[in-house]
Design a protein around this ligand. Structure first.
Ligand code: PSU
Ligand code: MN
Length: 318
């Protein structure tokens, strides 16, 4: 709180709440990385969601940046959460409102607590002056999306908001080929990172669909971000970093779990914003945690820790 008061940082919107370290970093132009919160409430079960959220913040710090996890708490936009806030969201799970761009006016006018998706996190990050955002997997065009028109607002947000999203690709619960097509339509600069041109499928390093661009180093990525900004394109960038082979899930197991869960959504009439959380939950259940393990491994990777489910204790918090 002290630095917040000392520096008098308020940001663009006077009623947004910034954590003191994020406020200080933004005012003194230190690097800040935005993080979403729907992955906490709707993307993973408790307590893995809590441990992962804290571990990701630690990784961001270890790499010299300040993490800004974004959420809406009792109708207020929060940029940078306290440990208690993160724990509350992790425990609320699906009781927190899944908040995409279209929900922002509603949730802030009704004083509701919600977790932000990639789309709304990008919007808030941009307005807060944060240029880079890291997450696991983004939303996309759903399978059979040509009939349901279920296309995540994450893709249109990438087309309209100049923030760089770094992720592990798109989960094959979605139609990856159509997702890439739609990103092209939206004018999003999409690239793979590392030594592959195959777009990654989150659980596995290759999806079988090619990406037109590949960058080998973080320096090249920085140049891309700078060029996007210089051109004033006002659209986003997607950098897809493949999961290393040794952490990848068994592709066949995951695929059969996805197909089974997709059938269930049709049988149970699950539609709209409930589809993604339902599929994520069922794939974890059916693969008996194998998919969750990859999710956690991805997050823990840079900290040099391999998941044993319990060995990142709550006490290891930042
Ligand atoms: N994909 C994942 N994990 C997630 C999500 C997607 O592998 O947690 C979440 C993200 O918050 C993403 C949102 O922005 O789901 C997309 O939901 P929808 O398809 O309803 O737009
Ligand atoms: Mn949808």
């Amino acid at each position: 709180m002290s630095s917040f008061l000392k520096l008098g940082f308020q940001g663009l919107y006077k009623d947004w709440v910034y954590s003191s370290e994020v406020a200080e970093a933004l005012e003194t132009r230190k690097p800040v990385v935005a993080l979403e919160s729907t992955i906490i409430s709707h993307g993973m079960p408790y307590p893995s969601n809590l441990l992962t959220a804290l571990e990701v913040e630690t990784i961001v710090r270890k790499n010299g940046s300040i993490p800004a996890t974004i959420a809406i708490l009792e109708g207020k936009v929060h940029v940078g959460l306290t440990l208690d806030d993160i724990e509350k969201l992790a425990k609320m799970g699906q009781k927190a409102m899944k908040t995409s761009r279209r929900d922002l006016a509603f949730i802030t006018s009704q004083n509701i607590t919600g977790a932000t998706t990639v789309a709304s996190t990008m919007f808030i990050a941009y307005k807060a002056g944060i240029k880079v955002f890291v997450t696991g997997g983004i939303g996309g065009v759903h399978r059979n999306g040509e009939n349901t028109m279920d296309v995540s607002a994450d893709l249109t947000e990438l087309g309209r908001t100049p923030v760089t999203v770094v992720c592990a690709g798109v989960k094959s619960i979605l139609d990856i080929e159509k997702t890439l097509e739609y990103l092209e339509t939206q004018g999003v600069a999409v690239t793979t990172f590392g030594d592959t041109t195959d777009f990654p499928a989150f659980f596995t390093p290759k999806s079988g669909f090619k990406c037109h661009s590949n960058l080998a180093t973080t320096f090249e990525c920085a140049k891309l971000i700078q060029a996007n900004s210089k051109l004033n394109l006002n659209s986003g960038i997607l950098i897809a970093v493949p999961i290393p082979e040794e952490y990848a899930a068994d592709a066949e197991k995951v695929e059969s779990a996805i197909e089974f869960s997709l059938k269930e959504t049709v049988e149970k009439g699950i539609t709209g914003k409930d589809v993604t959380p339902y599929l994520l939950k069922r794939v974890v259940e059916i693969t008996k945690g194998e998919s969750l393990k990859s999710t956690k491994d991805l997050a823990y990777l840079e900290s040099g820790v391999k998941d044993e489910s319990s060995h990142i204790s709550y006490e290891n918090k930042p």
